[in-house]
Design a protein around this ligand. Sequence first.
Ligand SMILES: Cc1ncc(COP(=O)(O)O)c(C=O)c1O
Length: 369
Amino acid sequence: MSTLATSTSADSFEITRTDTPVPDAQREAALAAPKFGTVFTDHMARISYAQDTGWTNRRVEKYGPLQMDPATAVLHYAQEIFEGLKAYRHPDGSVWTFRPQANAARFAKSAHRLALPQLSETDFLGAIQALVATDVAWVPGGEETSLYLRPFMYASETFLGVRPSLEAEFLVIASPVGPYFAGGVRPVDIWVAEDYHRAGAGGTGDAKCGGNYAASLLPQQEAYAKGFEQVCFLDASTNTYLEELGGMNVCVVYADGSVATPPVSGSILEGVTRSSILRLLADAGHEVFERPIPLADLKAGLADGSVSEVFACGTAAVMTPIGRLAGEGFDLSVRDGTAGPVTTTIRAELTDIQYGRAADRHGWLHRLA
Ligand SMILES: Cc1ncc(COP(=O)(O)O)c(C=O)c1O
């Protein structure tokens, strides 16, 4: 557990507080019933980049609209990346985040793939820390609530040529969020897409860039229309192996207690939740495999009982049991649509660490305020 340093990289941010913050009563009402990504805090952190000056003007300023020239590069060629992590309030009132160094490293990897400038871990963490310290009153304290942090970077040069932008903006915005599913952990129904792919070999599947999500929206919309909540994508080369959901990784639990998840081989986003869960599973004595999972094997395992649970995992919903898996020509129920014991136990272990109810034995927490 890293402690709050007296002097941090957040000190290099110039803080200009808004003189029109959301009134206390309105903020408290928003914190009492937060909805994902709908309400934002009073401020945003920001750093600007130009090729000849590098990253300059580290600041925290009033949250508000960005002014953009219609020829700004990101609007045309989608040169954009983002991250998602959460700030958790602990019982003693302190505020912590979870493995932010992993998000900083993934952000750097995404920046490289999208030909955007590299931002240091120091600036990534400093921006988060400066924003959360300024808007600390916005970190909710209710069960399964948190302040969702959204760092992002976009190509800000006014130029229509197809080449990497010479200018970029990095921002962090924050939104109080509640439990992802009302009424606790609820299994979701998944449609396996065989006619659309999220990413291909050599593409941007292992980068967190907006374009990947744009490509997943139509399949998601079609799955919704069929009555499913999320889509599971297969590999683009052979249409054989499970890859991941539009915004979560996927894991399979077997009746012998072992757990498998697809390897991060370039087209899958390497989830921070995924690797944390694999560690907790191994700690608890489960055999853990990162190996290709043919859809045919999963279908057979669900039919003969050798697969006992399937779950999705990511920052937003932590761990989500999958209760039904269907696709063209098949429709299988998982545990009759109930959450399994491995999913439920590991989920509780992970959230106990995040919310400061259990010892942080892996040093995953980073204090923000
Ligand atoms: C495509 C995709 N896969 C997996 C994940 C899970 O990643 P993490 O656990 O770091 O939130 C996310 C969420 O960020 C995602 O968008």
